[in-house]
Design a protein around this ligand. Structure first.
Ligand SMILES: CC(C)(COP(=O)(O)OP(=O)(O)OC[C@H]1O[C@@H](n2cnc3c(N)ncnc32)[C@H](O)[C@@H]1OP(=O)(O)O)[C@@H](O)C(=O)NCCC(=O)NCCS
Length: 466
C-alpha cells in the first residue's frame, strides 16, 4: 500500500512520542533564565559555552534533544505546520492568521519569480561552480531593490528589478542608502504586519525576497547543472512543492511535497550555529542583509556544518552495503576518522531532527526499492556507531545523516543537498539578524596571544636561509 499524507503525520507524531518517552521536560535554567548583563560564563575554544545575546526565536536543549521555535516544539510544527507558516512564526514571533498566511504564501510564491537575477546569474558558468559558491553569488545578485510592477494580465503582482537598481550608493533620488541596509534609523522591528495591505516595511521586504529568492536561485543552479533553463513557480504549489518543481522540472507528488516541507521546517533554525552566527556577525557591522545571508551560506558550506549531508551519501556509497559496515567502521575507528552525519557540538543526545528523518527515510526506502541498500547501510552504520560511541562519547546521528537519503528519493543530485539546507535556514538567519540588530552591538571577541614579543626586525637581504 503506498504511503499517504496521514502516514507522514503519524510517523512524525510517533517520533515525538518516542522522544518524549526518552527525555523529560525540564528546560536548562542556565540557558532559559533572564540574565543581567554582563554575565559570567566559561568559554571554550570556538566560543563553546559563550552567551552572546538573548533571543526569543529558538532553543536547542542538547542534553535532552529538544528543538523549539518560538515556544513550539519542532515535532508539532512538522506534524501540523508548513514551511511558510514556520517562517512567518520565526520572523514575526507568532503564528499567522489564515489571511496573513494566505498573503504570505502568495508573496513568497511571487518572489520566487526572479528572472532578472536568474538572467545575470546564468551569465556566469554556474554549472561549473560549487553549488554553495553559486548560491552565494546568486544571493549577492539579488542584492538590489526589487520593485513591484503594475498588475500583469494574470491578476497577480509581478516583480521586476529596476535597471539601475544594483545599488549606487549616491544615486540622486533622495534616498541616500539602499533599502536593505541596516541603518538604525531606518530599521523598524518586524513584529507587526498589516495583514490586509500586502505591504510590509522595507526591511521585511528584504527578508521575504531572500526566503523566496534563495530557493529560486538554488533551483536555478540545479537546473543549470543539468543544462536546463530556470522555471517559473506554479500558482497551485506550496513553497516546498515549487522548490522541488523548479529544481527538477517535474511536479512533485503530494508525498514528496509534504516530506520536503518537513525537511524545510526541520532545518529552519538551530540556535547560534556557525552559519547563523556568521550572518549575525556580518549584520552587526551594519553591513546589509544580503551580505549577511551570503556569510551564512559561506559558513554553511563546510563539511563540519551543512556540507555533511553530501559527505554522508558519498560515505554510504563508498561502504556499499550493510554487510560491509563492520569492516569499514573498524578501519575508520582505527584511523580516528570522524563519521559523517554523527556527533554535534550541542546535542549530546539523539538529534530530534534525525528522529524524524530516520523513519521518513525508511518510508521512502520502502517506496523506492533502489534506495533500500543505502538505507540498510545507514541503519547498520547507525547501530555500530551508537553501540560504540553513543553512551561513551554521546555521539548519535545528527540531522545530516538521513536527510541525504530523503533527498535522493526525490531524485535530487547529492551536490545540491547543502543548498537545500540554506533554502530553509535563510528564514532562521533573517529572524535572528532582525532580532539582534534591534539591540545591536558589534561582535568583537578577543584572542589569547601566545606569540612572541621583542623580535628584532632584520632587513630581507640580511636574513639568510631559513
Ligand atoms: C559536528 C562536530 C564538528 C561536533 O564537534 P565537537 O562538538 O567538537 O565534538 P567533539 O569533537 O568534541 O566530540 C567529542 C568526542 O566525540 C568524538 N566524535 C564526535 N563526532 C564524531 C564523529 N562524527 N565520528 C567519530 N567520533 C566523533 C570526538 O572524536 C571526540 O572524541 P574524544 O573525546 O576522544 O576526542 C563533530 O561531531 C563532527 O565532526 N561530526 C561529523 C560532521 C557532521 O556530521 N557535521 C554535521 C553537524 S550537524
Amino acid at each position: 500500500m503506498p504511503y499517504t499524507l496521514d502516514d507522514v503525520t503519524r510517523i512524525v507524531l510517533q517520533a515525538k512520542e518516542k522522544a518524549y518517552r526518552e527525555t523529560d521536560l525540564e528546560p536548562e535554567p542556565q540557558y532559559t533564565t533572564e540574565v543581567e548583563w554582563p554575565i559570567q560564563c566559561t568559554v571554550g575554544p570556538g566560543l563553546e559555552g559563550a552567551i552572546a545575546c538573548e533571543t526569543k526565536i529558538g532553543y536547542v536543549n542538547g542534553a535532552k534533544g529538544w528543538l523549539i521555535y518560538r515556544g513550539y516544539d519542532v515535532f508539532d510544527l512538522c506534524a501540523h505546520s508548513t514551511f511558510e507558516e514556520t517562517s512567518f512564526l520565526l520572523l514575526h514571533g507568532r503564528l499567522p492568521t489564515a489571511q496573513e498566511l494566505d498573503v504570505f504564501c502568495r508573496t513568497l510564491r511571487r518572489r520566487m519569480f526572479i528572472p532578472r537575477t536568474q538572467r545575470v546569474l546564468l551569465s556566469f558558468p554556474v554549472e561549473e561552480r560549487n553549488p554553495m559558491d553559486a548560491l552565494r553569488l546568486g544571493t549577492n545578485l539579488m542584492r538590489q531593490k526589487q520593485t513591484r510592477n503594475e498588475r500583469d494580465n494574470t491578476g497577480e503582482d509581478t516583480l521586476a528589478s529596476d535597471d539601475d537598481s544594483i545599488p549606487m550608493e549616491t544615486k540622486p533620488e533622495g534616498r541616500k542608502h539602499p533599502v536593505y541596509e541596516f541603518l538604525a534609523r531606518l530599521f523598524k522591528p518586524v513584529t507587526v504586519i498589516e495583514p490586509t495591505a500586502d505591504v510590509v516595511p522595507d526591511d521585511v521586504e528584504s527578508f521575504y525576497n531572500l526566503i523566496a529568492g534563495v530557493a529560486a536561485v538554488s533551483a536555478t543552479i540545479g537546473r543549470a547543472r543539468q543544462g536546463r533553463m530556470p522555471l517559473e513557480p506554479l500558482p497551485d504549489l506550496s513553497f516546498a512543492g515549487n522548490y522541488l518543481y523548479m529544481l527538477s522540472g517535474r511536479r512533485p507528488t503530494p508525498l514528496e511535497e509534504r516530506v520536503m516541507d518537513i525537511c524545510l521546517i526541520l532545518h529552519a533554525d538551530h540556535g547560534m550555529n556557525a552559519s547563523t552566527f556568521a550572518s549575525m556577525v556580518v549584520a552587526s557591522t551594519l553591513s546589509d542583509i544580503y551580505l549577511a545571508i551570503g556569510a551564512g551560506i559561506s559558513a554553511l558550506s563546510g563539511p563540519l556544518h551543512g556540507g555533511a549531508n553530501v559527505e554522508v551519501v558519498n560515505m554510504l556509497d563508498e561502504i556499499g552495503s550493510a554487510s560491509a559496515v563492520p569492516k569499514w567502521y573498524k578501519t575508520a575507528l582505527e584511523e580516528k576518522r570522524k563519521i559523517m552525519g554523527f556527533g554535534h557540538r550541542v546535542y549530546k543526545a539523539y538529534d530530534p531532527r534525525a528522529r524524524i528523518l530516520a523513519p521518513l527515510a525508511e518510508m521512502l526506502a520502502e517506496e523506492h526499492p533502489e534506495l533500500r541498500n543505502t538505507y540498510e547501510t545507514a541503519r547498520a552504520l547507525e547501530r555500530e556507531v551508537v553501540a560504540t560511541l553513543g553512551e561513551k562519547k554521546k555521539v548519535f546521528p545528527n540531522v545530516d545523516f538521513y536527510s541525504g537519503i530523503v533527498y535522493r528519493s526525490m531524485g535530487i543530485p547529492a551536490d545540491m543537498y547543502t543548498t537545500i539546507f540554506a533554502v530553509s535556514r535563510v528564514s532562521g538567519w533573517c529572524a535572528r539578524v532582525a532580532e539582534y540588530i534591534e539591540n545591536n552591538r558589534i561582535f568583537r571577541p578577543r584572542a589569547i596571544y601566545t606569540g612572541t614579543f621583542e623580535e628584532k626586525y632584520i632587513p630581507v637581504q640580511n636574513r639568510g636561509e631559513n
